[in-house]
Design a protein around this ligand. Structure first.
Ligand code: NAD
Ligand code: UDP
Length: 314
């Protein structure tokens, strides 16, 4: 197969670094562009000696000039505490980042994949969520910078497709976890594991009865590659996530059991607009990509706990 020149924006982040690694393994030439807001050089340090890997420290708000055949657009903080740190910048990153990478795709005739999110469904009134559901999103709340930014990015992707014939692919990622999440990432899986390993209180927001469905990063990256290589004309949006659904209380109990921790559960206030339930309908991904997750929560948590054990105690 011809070596593809591939740009990954947000490539030094949690998902991006796993994606870069896999793309290199498959014999591609990878350019990772990241401003290191939430990403880290440590996530890609092991790739730096590979002559087919390049890191560019750049913000997607600046013009992007990289000759390439494919683009994965992942640049955007994903954890609520990080995307709410500077919400105006988050909105800009989603929208201007989409414009810059779509402009590049148009000029280079490159195929471009957008990392959209289950957040486009907001606090969903339909359960599980199929791609045909338009969502229930607060347009001016604390999560809107991310949710509406990602919705606008999807709009731009489909407008570039309709207006300029750009070869787009849109995936909606549901809660994904695994190694290389930051200890201070703030999302639930890393929070609970780090707290359990340190025997600190496990912080459950609200009553813990809200649900999420957790996909291991290795499964997700397989789905991303299949989507990028899917037949011409299949644009998505397609949900990528694990349909096994858990309450946050169940997750906490499982993490405590798997780590053998002495942590106690501490209930804290529920953040505003926190979705009550979330679970992907993945029929479309199965049909179009032949994809479904293979790693159970139990197995994925064990791998992730092994990773954090090294990070927390080293
Ligand atoms: P992450 O925060 O680890 O990665 C995001 C990366 O983008 C970081 O390396 C960060 O430094 C970089 N970045 C942020 N703003 C930038 C900018 N203006 N210019 C250049 N780089 C910038 O988060 P992640 O979980 O790896 O998420 C990656 C992508 O997947 C994001 O677009 C996110 O919205 C999407 N996503 C993730 C999940 C999930 O559960 N992990 C769910 C839905 C969607
Ligand atoms: N959550 C929690 N304790 C934490 C972090 C998160 O109970 O320490 C809850 C949060 O309120 C939400 C769920 O876990 O209901 C998932 O939160 P996360 O930030 O991981 O992702 P998102 O809300 O974007 O799905």
């Amino acid at each position: 197969m011809k070596r593809q020149r591939i740009l990954v924006t947000g490539g030094a982040g949690f998902i991006g670094s796993h994606l870069c690694e896999k793309l290199l393994e498959n014999g591609n030439d990878v350019v990772c562009m990241d401003n290191l807001f939430t990403g880290r050089k440590d996530n890609i340090r092991h790739l730096m000696d590979n002559p087919y890997f390049e890191f560019i420290r750049q913000d997607v708000l600046e013009d992007v000039y990289v000759e390439c055949d494919q683009i994965y657009n992942l640049a955007c903080p994903a954890s609520p505490i990080h995307y709410q740190y500077d919400p105006i910048k988050t909105g800009k990153t989603s929208v201007i980042g989409a414009l810059h990478t779509l402009g590049l795709a148009k000029r280079c005739n490159a195929r471009i994949l957008q990392a959209s999110t289950s957040e486009v469904y907001g606090d969903p009134q339909v359960h599980p969520q199929p791609e045909t559901y338009f969502g229930s999103v607060n347009p001016n709340g604390v999560r809107s910078c991310y949710d509406e930014g990602k919705r606008m990015a999807e709009t731009l992707f489909f407008d570039y497709y309709r207006q300029h014939g750009v070869d787009i692919k849109v995936i909606r990622i549901f809660n994904t976890y695994g190694s290389r999440m930051r200890c201070d990432d703030g999302r639930v899986v890393s929070n609970f594991i780090v707290q359990a390993l340190k025997n600190e209180d496990i912080t459950i927001y609200g009553d813990g009865m809200q649900t999420r469905s957790f996909c291991h990063v290795e499964d997700l990256v397989k789905g991303m590659l299949l989507m990028m290589d899917s037949r011409n004309g299949f644009t998505g949006p397609v949900n990528l996530g694990n349909p096994e659904e858990f309450t946050m209380l169940e997750l906490a109990e499982r993490v405590i059991r798997l780590t053998g921790s002495h942590s106690k559960i501490r209930y804290m206030p529920l953040p505003k607009d926190d979705p009550k339930q979330r679970k992907p309908d993945i029929h479309l991904a199965k049909k179009e990509l032949g994809w479904q997750p293979e790693i159970s929560l139990e197995e994925g948590l064990k791998k992730t706990i092994d990773y954090f054990q090294k990070v927390v105690f080293d």
